[in-house]
Design a protein around this ligand. Structure first.
Ligand code: SF4
Ligand code: SF4
Length: 166
């Protein structure tokens, strides 16, 4: 009796889910659509702007080389090293900017919160896998390139049935 009830329950559940849209995406052909450009922080108001915490974006025309991002990361992951850049900026007399090691970064965003000059944001780029540890180290030049994030599927929240993609 118990086995029969179990089979009926399993069949019932299976039949009910035939009509439910699949949650998983066929990655890499399908990718999730993000809301916004990524996590940012406004140092003037002290308010974070919600967004995905993926690969950083560094704005060279804002970075003063103050090292506050690097200091913020010291107690977390020691993922930021300040390195020399071959650029001359009046606002960055030492000519140093952050370089980020994604082999160490835990994507906490504390470095973004620490930047007083709107120079460091996070983006929707999460495709950072590589065949070598060295390739995970992003130089200031690499960090200033805006990622080309492909966005296909929208995440839809359906209260009775849970999340699904559109
Ligand atoms: S997001 Fe990465 S680089 Fe920034 S503080 Fe956190 S661990 Fe360090
Ligand atoms: S990114 Fe911001 S916190 Fe880091 S060195 Fe540049 S200005 Fe300073």
């Amino acid at each position: 009796m118990g086995t029969a009830t179990g089979i009926i329950k399993a069949l019932n559940s299976g039949i009910k889910h035939l009509a439910v849209k699949r949650f998983t995406l066929r990655y890499p052909e399908q990718k999730l659509k993000f809301v916004g450009d990524g996590y940012q922080f406004d140092p003037t108001t002290g308010v974070g702007i919600a967004g995905y915490k993926g690969r950083h974006m560094l704005f060279h025309d804002h970075c003063t080389g103050c090292q506050l991002c690097s200091i913020a990361c010291e107690g977390v992951a020691e993922a930021i090293a300040m390195v020399k850049v071959q650029e001359e900026w009046k606002h960055n007399k030492k000519g140093i900017m952050p370089q980020i090691d994604y082999g160490k970064c835990v994507f906490c965003g504390l470095c973004v919160d620490a930047c007083p000059f709107y120079a460091l944001y996070m983006t929707n780029d999460y495709e950072l896998s590589s065949f070598s540890k060295e390739a995970l180290i992003y130089t200031p030049a690499q960090l200033q390139v805006k990622p080309n994030v492909q966005q296909d599927a929208e995440l839809i929240f359906d209260d009775p049935r849970g999340a699904k993609h559109g």
